[in-house]
Design a protein around this ligand. Sequence first.
Ligand code: ATP
Ligand code: MN
Length: 538
Amino acid sequence: MVNHTQITKTISLDAYGIKNAQVRYQLSSDQLHELTISKGQGEEASSGALAVKTGEFTGRSPQDRFIVKDDITKDRVWWGNINIPFDSEKFQKLYDKVTAYLSEKEVFVRDSYACADDNYRLNIRVINEYPWSNMFAYNMFLRPTEEELKDFTPEWTVINAPGFMADAEIDGTRQHNFAILDFTRKIALIGGTGYTGEIKKGIFSALNFILPVFKNTLPMHCSANVGKDGDTAIFFGLSGTGKTTLSTDAERSLIGDDEHGWTNENTVFNFEGGCYAKVINLSQEQEPEIYDAIKKGAILENVIMNDKGDVDFENTSITQNTRVSYPIHHIENIRVPSIGKNPKNIFFLTADAFGVLPPISKLTPSQAAYHFISGYTAKVAGTEAGVVEPVPSFSACFGAPFMPLHPTKYAEMLSHKMKESGVNVWLVNTGWTGGPYGVGTRMKLKYTRAMINAVLNGELGSYTYEDYHIHSVFGVAQPRTCPGVPKEVLSPRTTWGDDEAYYKTAFKLTNAFRENFKKFEEFASEEIRRGGPQRYSF
Ligand code: ATP
Ligand code: MN
C-alpha cells in the first residue's frame, strides 16, 4: 500500500496565485520524513516515527474558525459563535496574501481524497508550507493510486501556511491565526497555526455541510469498527472520551477512528485514511495496537524524548494534547475498504468527571435523542490554586465545533436512522468512578472494554427488564451485572460510599443538563424532552 515509486507528474500552482514556487508534488512518506529532519523541523524517535513540534498551537482554535457567508451558506448555516461568518471579499484579499506568501517558496502538494465510499468521494488537493504537514495529509486522507493520479481533478483545496500571520484589523480575523471555509471557492484556508488537526477538521467541517445538504447522508463525529459476524459498532464522543482508544480493538476490524457517514444505503463509511490518537500516558500494555502503530510513517506531535529518542508519554510539558497520526494500515485488523453495514450498537462516550453517570447504561430512543443533542462530557479545569473542579461541557451532536448546520438537523437524521435500523444505544461513562475528579479515579480501561465487549457479544443486549436498575436521577437503565466487571462498579452511587454527596453532585449535573437544553427546547419534540434526566433537585 505504501507507494515508494517516484511520482513523475509535475504541476504548477500559478492558477492558485502561487507564483514561481518550487513545487514538491506527491512526495512519499519516507521522503517527507527525511526532508523534515534535514530541515531541522523534526527528529526521528527510536520507534522510527517522526517527531515534530507544531509550534504556538498544540490544539485547534475554535474561536478562529470561520465560514464565508455566501449564497450557498447564508440561509443554511447555523451562524453564531461556533460558525462565525466571514466576508467573501475579505476572504479573497486574505487568500491573495497567503498565496503571495507561498510564492517563490518550496511548497508541498498532495492529491488525496476523503470518503471511502466511491459514491461520496471528495477529491482534495493539499498545499502545505511544511513537509511534515504534507505527511500528515498523507497519513490522514485517503491515498489515490498512481493510476488515479494521472487524471486527478481536485475538487476542494486546503491551503496551509502556518508561518503566515494575519493582521487582524486589516484581514478581518480575530487574531493572527485562522481556519476559514469557503464553500463557493471550495477552499479551506489555514494560516498562523501549525496544528495539523486543523487540516483534517477543516475537511470534516466541509463534509458536515456537504453530505446532509446535497447527499442526504448523515455525517458523524464517531469511530467505527466491525466484528467477525459483520456487526458494526459506532462510538460518538467529544475529545478525550475514548473514540480512538475503544474502536482500536484487536478482535474487531477498524473502520475509522473519528469521522464517518451513515448513508441511506444502510452503510457506514470512513471519511479518512488514517488515525489521530492521543498519546498522553500511552502504554504498550494498555493500548498495544496504538503503541505498535508508532513506527516509521507515523508522526508524533509535541512529545518529549530523551537522547535515545525514547518518548516519555507521561510528559505533558508542551501540552496535554500530545498526538500521533498514522495511516490506518499501521493497525493490523482493519476493514478494507473502510465501509461497514448499518450499526447494530451505538455508544455515546462521555468522560464524566463528576463521577455520577453509570459506567454503562442503555438508552431509550428519547434518551438517545436527548443525549445526542446535549453532547455531554466534562472538563477538568483548574480554578483557584490547588482547587480543581470538573466543569460540565456540552457540545451538540458530540461535535458542535465541526457542525455547520443547526444541531437538530443532524439529530433528526440520526433519530430517523436509529428507528429505521432498530439499533441499540448505550451511554458509556469513561470518566470517573468512586467520586468526582480529585476524589475518585478514572474508570479502568479494562472495565470499559469489558462492558463494551459484553454489549457486542450480545450479553447485555439479551438482558431483560429485571436485569436493569432504572437510575433514579438520570432515568437510564443500568445493568445490575456485567461479565468481567465487579458488580459494585456498575452502580456509581455504590462506588461513592456517601449517598448524600452522590445525589448532591448528580443534581449539580442534571441542573447543568437542564440549563444547556434550554436553547434547544423550542426545537425539541415532547418525545426528545422526555429523554432528559428525571430529577433535578431534592
Ligand atoms: P479525539 O476526538 O480528540 O480524537 P477521542 O475520543 O478519540 O478524542 P481518545 O484519543 O480515545 O479520545 O482518548 C481517550 C484517552 O483516555 C486515552 O488517552 C485513553 O488512554 C484514556 N482513558 C483512560 N481510561 C479510559 C477508559 N476507561 N476508556 C477510554 N479511554 C480511557
Ligand atoms: Mn480520536
